[in-house]
Design a protein around this ligand. Structure first.
Ligand SMILES: Cc1ncc(C[n+]2csc(CCOP(=O)(O)OP(=O)(O)O)c2C)c(N)n1
Ligand SMILES: CC(=O)[C@@H](O)[C@H](O)COP(=O)(O)O
Ligand SMILES: [Mg+2]
Length: 588
């Protein structure tokens, strides 16, 4: 393909010079460009393909970047990036040093608001619209584009509820493709389906919230979308446009298997077929969780599973398939997920509430107020803890230890491997009389032989992985793998001891006394922020017992970590095998 039109566009100003008849051809070129790059560089695919026409129409009709355009989540903004001056560098998307996979304010003036977590767009756009009013910028437009799964989140409703009593110059566009990462859920989804079928004409909830509602219209009908945006541009106050699109539009496989092609990994750009992955029986941690909860739930009828909109990503889908009445996808509703788990726990159920570490940030008050203060035995499984790689700054799960460690009643555990994850899940459902947070990372474990008989883990106990008389390395979680390798590579492996504390709370104080008394220099290592994390806990212990051992705290520094492979990011911050080896050699 020649990219006759796409190649002429370095900014939306070039786009606005195109004849309306040429825009359809541009849409075809843009779609193919996205497919070609994502096929080899990976990333989110389906969402961007679904909004190609909308993206062109928005930049064609509105005066971006003066007008503020906010993409909710931002995983659908690849077309936006390409049309706003980033075509030549789009191949660096999500790579170390390259552009971000999400809109980012310091990357482009066209990225009005940094995103990554869902359902923020309406509040942000409303904030900008109110600011414009206060500044007397009466012609400035503020547009939030939000998906059907994201608009069902509490935060989106909060924004709509406020906007409806303002006269802010706000346009909310609902991009309704009836799917999030997994099929959308909930009563709102049913309502939207009825709107599309034309059976819900009278009780329009958006109109009830004082928005000027229009739609639903076909979001792939470019002339119609342009015409409707042009009309809406001249209306004042909060407006709402409902468009219907197809996720993955333009790539057959992506339309047919929208879940897989949300972020498909590498695929053949001409056939759409996924590239075969190297066969490996080593499981992903999410699958260890997914299979283990099914195994446990078969034996223990009080177990229930909860995910806020991540059945596939968390692998709770296995339980949802087999025991749909006991496994719940509550939509993008982390706060609700946590409080619902608390409610279930009051009634004697054993809720496993699986939330990505980064998304649990949204439910912080619920953890304290609804779970910890009442000491309810909710089992939190925090997937994607630690560096997640290419999703970057908005998605790294590197703050959970700090934000959880200060909460009374909460037990915090980080498994070193698959067996430990299974065993702590087993132990937790036996009854701990406390809530517990179990954090584990994105990606694969370490062994094919992970499905071993369950063993109980004694709460608050660490383990000695290797003895040695000189330096002691203390770790929690799967970073132990790097440490084991680094110790075996260092100049005097015999001298180095390695302890896996396993519990960040309660700490194994007996083991810690032993470590501080036996060893001179200590190193703590964690895949987490150094502020307030595991190393901080060890330092607090040392201070309270007056130990003076020199202690190096290794982890994620107090700076925003961007995107790149996990290995590259570990190298950047000194958590990879070589950096740990070098540190050991320096200290030995
Ligand atoms: C707070 C939060 N929870 C979960 C996610 C993970 N997530 C990313 S995209 C997505 C689905 C979004 O669906 P929708 O809004 O319908 O947009 P579409 O992908 O269909 O364009 C989810 C659940 C997130 N980004 N933020
Ligand atoms: C955009 C978003 O938030 C999700 O699509 C996220 O990228 C999923 O991450 P995993 O690939 O780790 O499930
Ligand atoms: Mg959707």
């Amino acid at each position: 393909m020649q990219n006759t039109f796409l190649n002429t566009i370095n900014s939306p100003e070039d786009l606005r010079r195109l004849k309306p008849d040429d825009l359809q051809k541009l849409a075809k070129e843009l779609r193919e460009f996205i497919i070609n790059i994502v096929a080899t560089k990976e990333g989110h695919l389906g969402a961007s393909l679904g909004v190609v026409e909308l993206t062109i129409a928005l930049h064609y009709v509105f005066n971006t970047p003066e007008d503020q355009l906010i993409w909710d989540v931002g995983h659908q903004a690849y077309g936006h990036k390409i049309l706003t001056g980033r075509k030549a560098i789009f191949h660096t998307n999500r790579q170390l040093g390259g552009i971000s996979g999400f809109p980012k304010r310091d990357e482009s003036e066209y990225d009005s608001f940094g995103v990554g977590h869902s359902s923020t767009s309406i509040s942000a756009a409303l904030g900008m619209a109110i600011a414009s009013q206060l500044k007397g910028e009466i012609h400035k437009q503020h547009i939030a584009v939000i998906g059907d799964a994201s608009i069902a989140s509490g935060m989106a409703f909060e924004g709509l509820n406020h906007a409806g009593v303002t006269d802010a110059n706000l346009l909310v566009i609902l991009n309704d493709n009836a799917i999030g990462i997994d099929p959308s859920v909930g009563a709102l989804k049913m309502y939207l389906t009825n709107v599309k079928k034309g059976t819900q004409k009278r009780n329009n909830i958006i109109k009830a919230l004082n928005f000027d509602y229009s739609g639903p219209i076909d979001g792939h009908d470019l002339p119609m979308v342009i015409s409707e945006l042009n009309r809406l541009k001249h209306i004042k106050g909060p407006r709402f446009l409902h468009i219907i699109t197809t996720k993955g539009k333009g790539l057959r496989q992506a339309e047919e298997d929208q879940v897989k092609y949300h972020a498909p990994g590498k695929f053949d750009s001409s056939t759409g077929e996924l590239m075969p992955k190297a066969a490996s029986k080593v499981p992903k941690y999410q699958d260890v969780f997914g299979h283990t909860i099914v195994e446990l739930a078969k034996q223990n009828k009080t177990i229930v599973g909860i995910t806020p909109a991540m059945p596939t990503g968390s692998s709770l889908k296995y339980m949802m398939d087999i025991m749909p009445e006991r496994a719940f996808d509550v939509g993008i509703a982390e706060q609700h997920a946590v409080t619902m788990a608390a409610g279930m726990a009051t009634q004697g159920l054993i809720p496993f509430c699986n939330i990505y570490s980064t998304f649990l940030q949204r439910a912080y008050d619920q953890i304290i107020h609804d779970v910890a203060i009442q000491n309810l035995p909710v089992i939190f499984c925090l997937d994607r803890a630690g560096l997640v790689g290419e999703d970057g700054a908005t998605h790294h799960g590197i703050y959970d230890l700090s934000y959880l460690r200060c909460i009374p009643n909460l037990i915090i555990f980080a498994p070193r491997n698959e067996m430990e994850l299974r065993n702590i899940m087993y132990t937790a459902q036996l009854g701990l009389n406390h809530p517990i947070a179990i954090r584990y990372p994105r990606g694969k474990g370490i062994t094919e032989n992970w499905k071993q008989p369950f063993e109980t883990i004694n709460i608050g106990t660490g383990v000695t992985l290797k003895s040695g008389d000189s330096i002691a390395v203390l770790s929690i979680g799967t970073i132990a793998k790097n440490i084991t390798e680094a110790i075996s590579n260092c100049n005097n492996a015999e001298a180095v001891a390695h302890y896996d504390l396993r519990f960040v709370k309660p700490l194994d104080e007996t083991l810690l006394h032993h470590i501080f008394e036996k060893h001179g220099t200590l190193i703590t290592i964690e895949d987490h922020s150094v502020i307030g994390g595991f190393g901080s806990a060890v330092l607090e212990f040392a201070a309270s017992h007056n130990y003076k051992n020199p202690t190096n705290v290794l982890g994620i520094p107090d700076t925003i970590i961007e995107h790149g492979s996990v290995n590259e990011l570990q190298q950047q911050i000194g958590l990879d095998v070589n950096s740990i080896t070098t540190l050991l050699n320096t200290l030995l």
